[in-house]
Design a protein around this ligand. Structure first.
Ligand SMILES: [Zn+2]
Ligand SMILES: [Zn+2]
Length: 125
């Protein structure tokens, strides 16, 4: 095997000793480093291919992830603004459960940004 950075021609492969979660075939290399918490969900090439082709056809609910469209995924939920207590039903990110008490609605978010560095009209309690 030749080392060396032949750039994008050859993908770096990660060697390992995993198993396909579907057909139990051995997986000895992957084009990415698997997350330790997901090694139970790995798929061999065959299963991956099969899974992919049935993916695009079906209406399985759930849009295709990671296709980098112009549209941002919004997360639906039932939160409250920590400042004005107005309900928040969607966010452009998935809030950390430990931080849901610090969420801000769009209005508050904007006003916070705007008054940043300027005067502090809001007294913090
Ligand atoms: Zn498989
Ligand atoms: Zn608010």
């Amino acid at each position: 095997m030749a080392y060396g950075n032949n750039g994008d021609f050859q993908r770096k492969m990660f060697q390992g000793n995993w198993k396909c979660s579907k057909c139990d075939a051995d997986i000895t290399e992957l084009p990415f480093e698997p997350d330790p918490s997901r090694v139970g969900q790995l798929l061999c090439r065959e299963c991956h291919k099969a899974g992919r082709s049935s993916f695009s056809g079906g209406s399985r609910g759930g849009r295709s992830f990671g296709n980098g469209g112009g549209e941002r995924k919004m997360f639906q939920g039932n939160w409250e603004c920590s400042q004005c207590n107005s309900p928040i039903t969607e966010l452009p990110f998935e809030p950390d459960p430990s931080r849901v008490g610090q969420l801000l609605c769009k209005e508050c978010h904007r006003s916070k940004r705007g008054s940043f560095g300027g005067g502090r009209s809001f007294g913090r309690r």
